[in-house]
Design a protein around this ligand. Structure first.
Ligand code: HEC
Ligand code: HEC
Ligand code: HEC
Ligand code: HEC
Ligand code: HEC
Ligand code: HEC
Ligand code: HEC
Ligand code: HEC
Ligand code: HEC
Ligand code: HEC
Length: 317
């Protein structure tokens, strides 16, 4: 503890008025020296009557806040109280009268700043890093989300940096995807083999659905390279958009398909045209073929993603 100015004045006064007796004079000299030394230590502290962030937000009062010094942000702005102001702003008004006035930038809970102000604080350093250039205009930004909805800065290691904890966070809001993760056919997301962030940039992207890749098909090719082609005989809907037949997260139909069996194909191909319906069907030209009726089109047209066989024009080989 630093003694108050009044205490020091009184102590000095007492020493000088007290009568000198033999060896007491010696003690007094030593005491005077000690007090001068004490004063020279105390004076700078007295001159600094404006407390800094760390005087009020001290380690012993709020150890969890101080975890920031053990994080990636420990040294920003040179560390110490300057690190606090890197994100929260100089906060001079708050610094003086901490109890009544908000710091310049607060992420809450008491004086939460406008979302844009909060985000600008982080983006001042991060706009150009890690694909956050598309943040402005992204769905998350449009929904008034803030960096701190996903990020936790006052902790040794921001939990979103671990895939598993990041995903838990995504799923608290995205309940439809949470349901899809447990469907009979699914990308192995719950199993930890693929992650939301393998396909999506949580900070937005310039393409569809905040995907990392420029098109949906490019996203699929990044892992299913063998589907890329080029094929000798291409199936138009495949090269156009995998989502013509597949849904990305989970499906009740095998192979992440959007529909079952012939119905999948008959969204585009006339059921009447092909002898895959019983003889006598409306507008039917051919005869009924027992091998076709009610069967999955894939039994014969197995190369639905395209064929490289010289006679594969009908995607049958
Ligand atoms: C004079 C003491 C004091 C100083 C100095 C001080 N604070 Fe505070 N600060 C407080 C108190 C007290 C609260 C809690 C207010 C409440 O919850 O009622 C607080 C709250 C905060 C909050 C939470 C705001 C919110 O919306 O919940 C932040 C962030 C903050 N201070 C940052 C800083 C920063 C950065 C500095 C240095 C620039 C600083 N403080 C300096 C006393 C101080
Ligand atoms: C990297 C940016 C960053 C730095 C550096 C930083 N903060 Fe924060 N602070 C935040 C964010 C973001 C929150 C919101 C809660 C969270 O995500 O951890 C927050 C929350 C707070 C709160 C409110 C906590 C609560 O839940 O009541 C206080 C008080 C605070 N910060 C003070 C400080 C002090 C003091 C320092 C310096 C030791 C500091 N901050 C350094 C970003 C930062
Ligand atoms: C003064 C500049 C500065 C500000 C402001 C800032 N950061 Fe950082 N941030 C850094 C630096 C430097 C690093 C460490 C080097 C790196 O990984 O790029 C970092 C690292 C990170 C990381 C990686 C953490 C890890 O454990 O590897 C995350 C996440 C992050 N910042 C989020 C934020 C968020 C959210 C905010 C706003 C609340 C913010 N930053 C504000 C400079 C800043
Ligand atoms: C929807 C959740 C979410 C929001 C909102 C969010 N982030 Fe992130 N952020 C993540 C996840 C998840 C990661 C982990 C790395 C990855 O896969 O992209 C991450 C990683 C980071 C990193 C470290 C790795 C890198 O890419 O450099 C920084 C820095 C960062 N975010 C900054 C920000 C800033 C700044 C904002 C606000 C403008 C923000 N984030 C908003 C989820 C989010
Ligand atoms: C705080 C709630 C919240 C969290 C956490 C959250 N999101 Fe979102 N996200 C939304 C909202 C709201 C929308 C817009 C409405 C919608 O499409 O559901 C959205 C939209 C999206 C979109 C569609 C983007 C587009 O451009 O069409 C994707 C992809 C997405 N989020 C992925 C993620 C991922 C990945 C995470 C975890 C890293 C995550 N979200 C975490 C609330 C959240
Ligand atoms: C294998 C890649 C992949 C993974 C992994 C993935 N997504 Fe998606 N996601 C997509 C594609 C592709 C779309 C676009 C679908 C479309 O438009 O037909 C999409 C769309 C979305 C949308 C927009 C709404 C919609 O359904 O159109 C949200 C929200 C979303 N994903 C959230 C998530 C979350 C949360 C996770 C993790 C649990 C996740 N995604 C994992 C590829 C993926
Ligand atoms: C990040 C890598 C990755 C991306 C991107 C990706 N996939 Fe997958 N996909 C996988 C993995 C891993 C499996 C599981 C393979 C296994 O279990 O052998 C899988 C399985 C599948 C399956 C079979 C599902 C089942 O029920 O057996 C289909 C269909 C599929 N993916 C389609 C797509 C489509 C369409 C896209 C683009 C929207 C896509 N994938 C993007 C990694 C990916
Ligand atoms: C015309 C509908 C259709 C389109 C479009 C389509 N698929 Fe498929 N896909 C299927 C069917 C049907 C299956 C069932 C598996 C089988 O029997 O070959 C399947 C199965 C798969 C499988 C799992 C089995 C395997 O072959 O590895 C993957 C992966 C796959 N598709 C990826 C893709 C990708 C990537 C695209 C876009 C380039 C795409 N699909 C476009 C109909 C389609
Ligand atoms: C999104 C619409 C769409 C879906 C769904 C679809 N196809 Fe196609 N398919 C097409 C188009 C477009 C062509 C090209 C037609 C042309 O060249 O005249 C085509 C061509 C074909 C051809 C070659 C026909 C020819 O004239 O050479 C076969 C065989 C075929 N599809 C089978 C299937 C099967 C089997 C399925 C179900 C797994 C399916 N298609 C699903 C749109 C679709
Ligand atoms: C028993 C095997 C078999 C089944 C099952 C089958 N097809 Fe075919 N399909 C063929 C053969 C063989 C041809 C080639 C006929 C030809 O060249 O004249 C053909 C031709 C086609 C063509 C191209 C027609 C054209 O213009 O020449 C399309 C499109 C097609 N089938 C779609 C389907 C759809 C959709 C289904 C499921 C409802 C289906 N097929 C089920 C054997 C089958």
């Amino acid at each position: 503890m630093v003694p108050s100015a009044r205490f020091i004045n009184n102590a000095i006064g007492l020493l000088f008025v007290s009568p000198a007796h033999g060896s007491a004079a010696m003690i007094r000299k030593q005491l005077q020296f000690a007090i001068i030394a004490l004063c020279s230590l105390a004076l700078p502290a007295l001159a600094q009557d404006e407390p800094g962030c760390l005087d009020c937000h001290a380690q012993e009062d709020s150890p969890e806040l101080h975890q920031v010094f053990n994080s990636a942000h420990g040294d920003v702005n040179g560390g110490g109280a300057a690190a606090c102001t890197a994100c929260h702003g100089p906060s001079e008004a708050h610094d003086r009268r901490g109890r009544r006035v908000s710091p310049d930038i607060s992420f809450g809970p008491k004086w939460g700043s406008e979302p844009a102000a909060q985000n600008d604080s982080c983006l001042a350093c991060h706009e150009s890093t890690g694909g956050k250039l598309a943040w402005l205009g992204s769905e998350h930004e449009q929904e008034n989300m803030v960096c701190a909805d996903c990020h936790d800065s006052h902790t040794t290691r921001d939990p979103v940096m671990e895939v598993e904890t990041a995903q838990t966070q995504c799923l608290t809001c995205h309940s439809r995807q949470r349901a899809e993760l447990n469907m009979p056919s699914r990308h192995p997301i719950a199993e930890g083999k693929t992650a939301c962030t393998d396909c999506h940039n949580p900070h937005g992207s310039t393409t569809h659905a905040a995907l990392h890749q420029v098109t949906l098909n490019e996203n699929c090719y990044s892992c299913h390279e063998e589907k890329r082609g080029p094929m000798l005989w291409e199936h138009e809907p495949v090269t156009e958009d995998c989502a013509n037949c597949h849904t990305p997260h989970g499906s009740v139909h095998d192979n992440l398909l959007t529909a079952r069996g012939p119905a999948q194909c008959q969204q585009c191909h006339s059921a009447a045209f092909h002898p895959s319906v019983p003889y006598g069907g409306e507008g039917l030209s051919g005869s009924m073929n027992a091998n076709v009726a009610g069967k999955n089109c894939m039994n014969c047209h197995s190369q639905v993603h395209g064929s490289n066989h010289p006679s594969g024009a009908r995607l049958t080989r």
